[in-house]
Write a protein that binds this ligand. Sequence first.
Ligand code: 2AM
Length: 209
Amino acid sequence: MDQAEQPDDGPCANKRPSAPESGAGSPRRRPDRARLFFALWPRPALARRLHELARAAQAVSGGRVMRRDTLHQTLAFIGDIPRERISQLIAVGRTQRFTTFGFELDLLRRWGRNRIVWAGSSTPPPALCALALTLVRQLSDAGFVLEERDFVPHVTLVRNSEREPAFDTIEPLVWMVEDFVLVESIRTGKGANYRIVERFAAVNGPAGP
Ligand code: 2AM
């Protein structure tokens, strides 16, 4: 299999649903609707390291480096929904019970199908997969329409890349997870801006802003 392609079974091998990208191609903004997702958001020091890595990768792969303030790892993608349903998403976020955990980002990969270069983990911890799977199951239970897709935890670093980055293992970057966030993606002419709607802390860890 072409290594650049997404595998059938990701490191979190359980199938779990992920929402269709409804309205994804539409540049028209509707004030009564919003595009949302749950994600891990790196603290500033980690975001800086990831951004340095993104720039190093882009120097080889070409394409567009993600802005430092937009770097994240998606847990569950909801897509375009009526704004009045955001409170339901917040309720789902608040029911998650998890304790702090850490993992290493130690891989750099490229998917040819969507031309993104991303950082990921060769050994994603069960806690990460469990958080994503539970979120998506509960979203489904709450009536959000989700599609079947494997969960491959990743941080997109470069979009529209033209070739493989020259290196595929990296000096491990440690990510300590103390919380996760609900994010609104606001499309602009220059790409997406992200707004953190709500932060959900681990049961044993205070999470700062
Ligand atoms: P990507 O970086 O791999 O494109 C905001 O768009 C976030 O949601 C990004 O992390 C993006 O992943 C992710 N995303 C977009 N569409 C998605 C989909 N249909 N399923 C899962 N994640 C999606």
